[in-house]
Design a protein around this ligand. Sequence first.
Ligand code: 5GP
Ligand code: ZN
Length: 138
Amino acid sequence: MKKEDCIFCKIAAGEIPSTTVYETNEFKVFFDIAPASKGHALIIPKEHFDNIFSLDTETAGKLFSLATVVAGALKEETGCDGMNLLQNNGEIAGQTVHHFHMHLIPRYEGDDIKLIPASHEADKDYLAELAERVKKHI
Ligand code: 5GP
Ligand code: ZN
């Protein structure tokens, strides 16, 4: 289902142009308009899902499967040294386009891209207790 005023629904429908790398009935792979690095690509399901919390597991599985193939193809053609897969959910997490998308960000030796936040020491008691509560939902 298409959501009015969603820029990625419009890209999925071809109403807004994008540099498309690959496309099926269900997915579209295109280059990010403001790339973090050379070859920065996005994979979207054509159907609108706001984020991972509404994405169904079947679509998620197919999308990740496609991501592995696209990652290999990008590595082959960009000669990148590594790659980050990034996927933001919710404004607090940095999501600016609220149509599920996965970033594939090729990394090059010497680039200065910072995606991983500073870490702090784990509270092991909290983690053990949280693991018990979370597993009930899985
Ligand atoms: P987010 O911050 O939501 O995870 O990422 C959204 C991404 O979409 C950003 O990296 C941004 O540059 C990209 N983007 C936003 N609008 C467009 C557009 O119209 N075309 C393309 N190709 N990318 C877009
Ligand atoms: Zn959408």
